[in-house]
Design a protein. Structure first.
Lengths: 199, 199
DNA sequence: CGGCCGCATTGAAGTAGATTAAGAAGTAAT
DNA sequence: ATTACTTCTTAATCTACTTCAATGCGGCCG
């Protein structure tokens, strides 16, 4: 299926999990909406109920948390083919603790709470798809928690660079530091130490 | 329904998520098995494929990870009404990185991979129940990750005591230290500091 | 009963990473 | 061209936590 549509990327993503008919895809598309954002747009703020799950068609976002000391902790960065949302807020329709914002001009495909429920009703295999999605996220989160408790910052940084080379190119370093749970100054030190090592 | 059966606890758990008929419950029970373990029994070791999700009917377990330095990091402790499993290993039927063992004599209700698949097929609302379960776990894990990056050990300890008072009573302190990501010595210091504060 | 082992505590010394402060270099706005 | 803002770096001092070593103590097994 050569698919030049705006949904080709998300369709390919879905197809990796479940099999759908053409009619299913048509219905699926009817439940989506597409929006474009400028760099540094705020998609969600703490205190709001998260009304969407967003699939990044083009661009880059960060999902972060503002702690009691006023420091930002980055939960994750998303580029093309990633979903951004606060699942806890979205699925229970309660206020979020998170912020989501774009780091570049970004095109997002949105699915709303109601649309998702309609989708579950009409095409039950979506229930399975989203379960698999959450399971995968859960696994990633668990690995990250374990590495936080097991490895010093330098190794966590190397693992991050190794795992997300595309993201390292697009996200400023002070945000990567916030993801790793360290200060930008210390990340800078780690990097200069690594540089001198590799010579 | 007064239910003196061995399944009364798990049935109550299910009922909080989805509605099932008597026939559904009967089928559900037919897919389960019950086993009793002595204290310090190993239920899963890293390298094995996790073949079960286990519901704790009575007793106490820990799920932990052995890092490169040979230190154990506790992922979580389970008491009555908790599930223990390595979901990543179980759902993808690949080798686990985790260990699971009992901390007390423990009675577990097991569901196997095949039984779970049969359950999904026969009673589709289980798909939803397990999705909700994973979502909740995911939310808990995320909060823990954020607090690890935001709060010093003392506050994390207080939050743990506050959230899991029943577990604090049953789990030795050096394991709680391993959960909090600190050494037993340092936890001991935190505790003595708190004691002297509260006088 | 005694012995020993797992668990908690305490203290001294060491380290990973934070904080503060300052400056360089790139980029955007005027 | 100048200002102003963002990103990154470097260095000095500070602290939360670790490591190591010693001690105590309740529980269990011979």
């Amino acid at each position: 299926m050569s698919n030049p549509s705006i949904f080709s990327s998300i369709d390919a993503y879905i197809a990796r999990c479940i099999m759908l008919s053409e009619a299913d895809y048509a219905y699926f598309h009817s439940q989506l909406s597409v929006k474009n954002y400028k760099k540094k747009s705020r998609l969600l703020s703490a205190g709001e109920v998260c009304t969407f799950e967003g699939f990044i068609n083009k661009g880059c976002c960060r999902v972060y948390y503002l702690n009691a000391n006023g420091n930002e902790v980055d939960l994750y960065f998303g580029i093309e083919e990633w979903w951004v949302s606060d699942l806890a807020s979205f699925s229970q329709q309660k206020p979020s603790n998170l912020f989501i914002e774009t780091l570049e001009d970004t095109e997002l495909i949105f699915i709303s709470y109601e649309a998702k429920e309609r989708l579950f009703k009409k095409i039950p295999s979506f229930d399975r798809m989203f379960r698999l999605m959450v399971q995968r996220t859960h696994e990633t989160l668990m690995k990250r928690l374990l590495s936080t408790y097991s490895e010093p910052a330098e190794e966590r940084y190397l693992a991050f660079v190794n795992r997300y080379p595309a993201i390292v190119q697009r996200v400023p370093q002070h945000l990567i530091a916030a993801y790793l749970g360290i200060t930008p100054e210390f990340l800078s030190k780690i990097r200069s130490k690594l540089k001198s090592k590799n010579k």
